[in-house]
Ligand binder design. Structure first.
Ligand SMILES: N[C@@H](CCC(=O)N[C@@H](CS)C(=O)NCC(=O)O)C(=O)O
Length: 218
């Protein structure tokens, strides 16, 4: 299988993380947003939603959207629980990630950490910061609940919901958020990072994980 991603995409990191934890090898095709490669005819032909991640399947065809790709990779593993009620809980936390968690955290990282084209006091950044703080408060409360911790959606084993919520939480500091205020989240991030097969954002170059400089080569 081949993964289309960009160097710093948190949504594509979910897919590489999941593949590593499942022991799967993905060929990687890294595109550049700045060079317009996500608007090229060839990318649009395989990516109807015109965003990464896109997974090209061995038998032909592609899958878009990180949530769908995580499900596809993990459906026959312990990362996707068997009981329908647990499957539904996993889906509810993945919806939370897409709807309320990823966007504000990604926007803060993009504009304050990477592009540096906004100031924290700008109205849109203050709005995203308030939404991000609420999302992290909700996640902290969930991870502090007896009977649910140490994983987000399922009591005993981690699930694809943990993988979906990991990257933008891990990268929150680049958007000016101090994760020290969230001790249960910090413990959970450490548990994920200790799992065999864990993949950093830049494999072999941990110094780049939180850096904001452009990287010429991987
Ligand atoms: N809901 C999508 C969001 C994907 C997304 O936001 N991708 C970003 C990179 S992290 C992207 O392709 N941005 C470039 C663009 O939208 O043109 C998912 O979870 O996969």
């Amino acid at each position: 299988m081949r993964l289309y991603d960009t160097q710093r995409s948190g949504n594509a990191w979910k897919v590489r993380l999941m593949a590593g934890l499942l022991g799967l090898t993905l060929e990687r095709r890294t595109l550049s947003i700045d060079r317009g490669e996500l608007r090229s005819e060839s990318f649009c032909a395989i990516a109807p939603m015109r965003q990464v991640p896109v997974l090209e399947l061995d038998g032909g065809g592609t899958l878009c959207e990180s949530m769908a790709i995580l499900f596809y990779l993990a459906q026959d593993s312990l990362w996707w629980p068997l009981a329908p009620v647990e499957q539904a809980r996993v889906l509810s936390w993945m919806s939370f990630e897409q709807e309320r968690h990823m966007k504000p955290l990604a926007q803060l990282r993009l504009h304050l950490g990477l592009h540096r084209d906004r100031r924290p006091e700008d109205a849109d950044m203050r709005h995203h910061a308030a939404e991000a703080a609420l999302a992290l408060e909700i996640l902290e409360a969930q991870l502090s609940r007896p009977g649910t911790a140490p994983w987000v959606a399922t009591p005993t084993l981690p699930s694809i919901a943990d993988i979906a919520l990991y990257p933008y939480t891990r990268l929150a500091g680049m958007g000016g958020i101090d994760l020290a205020a969230y001790p249960a989240i910090l413990g959970w991030l450490g548990r994920i990072e200790a799992l065999p097969g864990y993949q950093p954002l830049f494999p072999g170059r941990p110094d780049l994980n939180f850096s904001t400089a452009e990287t010429a080569a991987l």
